[in-house]
Write a protein that binds this ligand. Structure first.
Ligand code: ATP
Ligand code: MG
Length: 339
């Protein structure tokens, strides 16, 4: 495998046609829309009364699509909220950031989904989720959703959404609609220990993996998705399955993009003070997919993705640090990279 470093690759002006261009139609994302309520102290769980801050708009698919819209990508969200202020916090933010919310339904009975989050000393998180029994999981293939999916150019799939039967049904139909009109698909495995993975969800994941053009794993998700050990073997296996581009997220160690022509592009992380790591991967993905679809070269899109992830961790709240292109340009100018 040819390994080119970041500067060499930049000089080559590498381009790739992995994803359908923005003009084909919006990037859509399906799944949970939540509010996050964040403990302001570090510690273990929620067994004692404690201070919180929030509600913040959240949910991995919503964070992804918000960042996508915020950098100027054509973007649409599919999901549901309750008829309450937690729902309005979300729809208002998405609309403000340019996301089409015609595919977001308002459940008349169930409340908006929520996630209570508290960080531990070692950086791990405890969650109390209300997703399955909230509006977040109560959506389906409505005429509005079908209309949005039938004019979209790209589907981004969050693995975390696959545990919801309602999302699975919509994702499967949306994937077929997008592919039928020459669109593309990206997949972020986004596995969470709190969200149960059954044989059924694993099989759904494998089916979607075979339809995906771009995979956005973080850490062990690369070998987990491929089902083989070792980075190089996993990448080779995923290309055999039909994936054409893989961007491996490594937190503060940056990212590596593997292209099916055998080349590899590394992009270092930006040096920041991490205040709240939630949403980094989703912001990276939203910015990366939007920038690629806007016609940017791999290395430029990687830079914007890394900037979006890094900027987001400097602000408390899962999507509070999502940046516009101008904000990301400013961030890139002012921030050193970790070499
Ligand atoms: P998540 O926890 O949201 O699921 P992830 O594991 O999918 O995240 P990360 O690799 O943590 O994804 O973050 C994506 C990108 O954001 C990183 O590749 C990096 O460029 C940037 N990033 C994340 N955390 C930091 C950090 N502490 N410092 C600098 N950059 C960061
Ligand atoms: Mg992730």
């Amino acid at each position: 495998m040819t390994r080119l470093d970041f500067e060499e690759k930049s000089q080559m002006g590498l381009t790739s046609d992995t994803l359908a261009l923005d003009s084909v139609g919006p990037t859509i994302c399906v799944g949970e829309i939540l509010v996050e309520i964040l403990a302001t102290t570090v510690g273990e769980g929620f067994l004692a009364s404690q201070p919180f801050v929030g509600p913040f708009p959240s949910g991995a698919p919503a964070i992804f699509i918000d960042q996508c819209g915020r950098v100027g990508g054509n973007a649409g969200m599919i999901g549901a909220v309750g008829d309450d202020d937690f729902g309005r916090v979300n729809t208002a933010r998405l609309e403000q950031d340019g996301v089409d919310v015609s595919g977001v339904s308002i459940d008349p009975i169930f409340p908006t989904g929520s996630a209570f989050v508290r960080y531990r000393d070692d950086g791990s998180r405890d969650f109390v989720f209300n997703i399955a029994t909230s509006a977040a999981s109560r959506f389906g293939w409505t005429p509005n959703v079908a209309a949005l999916a039938n004019r979209s150019g790209h589907l981004h799939i969050m693995g975390s959404a696959l545990s919801m039967p309602s999302a699975w049904a919509v994702i499967e139909k949306a994937a077929r609609a997008v592919k039928a009109r020459g669109g593309s698909i990206s997949l972020d495995p986004n596995l969470r220990k709190e969200l149960k993975s059954t044989e059924d969800t694993k099989e759904r994941f494998r089916q979607l993996l075979r339809m995906s053009d771009l995979l956005l794993p973080s850490g062990d998700e690369l070998t987990g998705a491929a089902g083989v050990d070792g980075e190089e073997a996993a990448v080779a296996r995923l290309f055999e399955l039909g994936v054409r581009e893989i961007v491996l997220k490594r937190g503060a160690l940056g990212v590596t993009c593997f292209l099916s022509d055998g080349t590899t592009v590394d992009s270092p992380a930006f040096q920041v003070e991490e205040l709240d790591p939630t949403g980094a991967g989703d912001c990276f993905g939203g910015a990366y997919v939007a920038c690629r679809r806007l016609g940017m070269r791999v290395e430029q899109a990687l830079t914007y993705g890394c900037a979006a992830g890094a900027r987001n961790v400097t602000v408390r709240g899962p999507m509070e640090g999502a940046g516009t292109l101008a904000e990301l340009d400013d961030f890139i100018k002012k921030t050193k990279r970790i070499k």
